[in-house]
Ligand binder design. Structure first.
Ligand SMILES: [Zn+2]
Length: 93
């Protein structure tokens, strides 16, 4: 996915929030979300994405949040992504 495409639309399957980082940063979402194009890893039969910051797999993609009906939380996170457009690399591992 090109940088321009990333600017145009938030790819919910590529953006993740890490719950361990949320806990470690007193729920600082800006420091708990990340963008990755890596393939998920298989842990005990579950496909998970390790967090580039803490290496924990306690992460959820924006897509998962949407499917789970966490619309309010998702809206807040997507606002952060949009606010930081152009500085997306800060979310990269
Ligand atoms: Zn983390």
């Amino acid at each position: 996915m090109s940088f321009l495409q990333m600017l145009r639309k938030i790819d919910r399957t590529r953006w993740y929030v890490c719950h361990t980082c949320l806990g470690n940063t007193s729920h600082n979402a800006e420091r708990s979300i990340f963008y990755t194009e890596a393939a998920p890893v298989n842990v005990l039969g579950r496909r998970v994405m390790p967090c580039p910051r803490c290496n924990d797999t306690n992460t959820r993609s924006f897509q998962q949040m949407k499917e789970e009906g966490s619309e309010a939380a998702l809206w807040g996170l997507e606002r952060i992504v949009k606010k930081n457009r152009g500085a997306s690399s800060r979310f990269a591992p």
